[in-house]
Ligand binder design. Structure first.
Ligand SMILES: Nc1ncnc2c1ncn2[C@@H]1O[C@H](COP(=O)(O)OP(=O)(O)OP(=O)(O)O)[C@@H](O)[C@H]1O
Ligand SMILES: [Mg+2]
Length: 285
């Protein structure tokens, strides 16, 4: 794409200079993982970081589409050459967006997802982390084995939720599962479409999910659908919109946190999802 400077990747990559991996996941599909992954990646790149996106929605990933990339290779071809792959060779499989963000696209066909082993994906994520400051990883909905592998590797897990009842219920379950797996400390909850019409208000959503300070992303369907359908990230095409400002803020928050530092604050006694179960004063166990 013309009009943007292509940033170069970082050279080398010792463990001390390993980049930071951000996994973007959600309990349900269609909740905004891809749009937020793409716009977060571009926002980080605008802050002069070198950024790669790993499309970890291996069956139906659409990061390439969301960034209007005509890719030559996908992770499937990288997998075919895994024996001789290293951090330098992997770069040849990436597609470069005009913003400088490099993308390892998901396979062309859903059945190719089956040939990707967790070990190979981990290796590729490590290679990307050696060359980039940030690796943003979009994932498939829910917690399948591949997504679990990616969230375990990640330094930060963004759990994206909306205020619909089913999304709340399933996000609560996802957070509980991540807690059981010992991963809850890496989680930041992102309440997407936070000001949409809903029975559950944004503050209640945060309390139900037991998150003291979630990241709020406003509802803006026009900007989002244009961004996805034109393959033109809104943080470039519509940088002054409220939603772009919210994503810039999220990028700032993430960039200012060093890998592994304490992340989202968990509430001790989350609010029950069901009003009839709430105790007086609003909190129930
Ligand atoms: N903040 C928002 N405001 C309005 N619409 C939004 C917002 N975030 C996402 N959307 C819309 O929600 C839909 C789903 O977005 P997206 O594809 O990013 O979700 P996803 O979680 O990646 O979905 P999938 O499970 O299909 O991969 C799109 O139509 C998008 O435009
Ligand atoms: Mg998606």
């Amino acid at each position: 794409m013309a009009g943007f400077d292509e940033k170069t990747t970082r050279e080398g990559g010792t463990p001390e200079t390993r980049g930071k991996m951000i996994a973007v996941c959600s309990a349900k599909g269609g909740i905004g993982r891809t749009i937020l992954s793409v716009n977060l990646a571009v926002s980080l790149s605008k802050r002069n970081h070198s950024v790669a996106v790993l499309d970890g929605d291996f069956q139906f990933g659409d990061v390439s589409l969301a960034m209007d990339l005509q890719h030559t290779f996908t992770i499937k071809e990288a997998m075919d050459g895994i024996g001789s792959l290293d951090e330098h060779r992997l770069e040849d499989y990436l597609s470069v967006h005009g913003s400088g963000v490099r993308v390892l696209p998901a396979p062309e066909r859903p059945e190719y997802a089956d040939i990707l082993t967790k070990e190979a994906v981990s290796k590729m994520a490590d290679f990307l982390l050696m060359k980039h400051d940030f690796v943003v990883c979009d994932t498939g909905a829910g917690l399948n084995e591949q997504t679990l592998n990616l969230v375990e590797k990640a330094d930060e897990i963004l759990v994206v939720a909306t205020l619909e009842m089913a999304a709340m219920k399933n996000t609560k379950l996802l957070l509980e599962t991540l807690d059981i797996l010992g991963l809850r400390d890496k989680v930041r909850v992102v309440l997407n479409r936070a000001n949409m019409e809903s029975v559950i208000k944004a503050e209640d959503g945060a309390r139900i999910l037991g998150e003291e300070a979630p990241i709020y992303i406003p509802n803006d369907f026009q900007t989002c659908s244009r961004s996805l359908n034109m393959g033109s990230p809104f943080v470039i095409a519509n940088a002054k919109s409220d939603i772009a400002k919210a994503v810039f803020k999220m990028a700032e928050l993430i960039a200012s946190n060093k890998a592994g530092e304490g992340i989202g604050k968990k509430k001790e006694n989350p609010l029950s999802l069901f009003p009839w179960k709430r105790k007086k004063g609003g909190i129930s166990k």
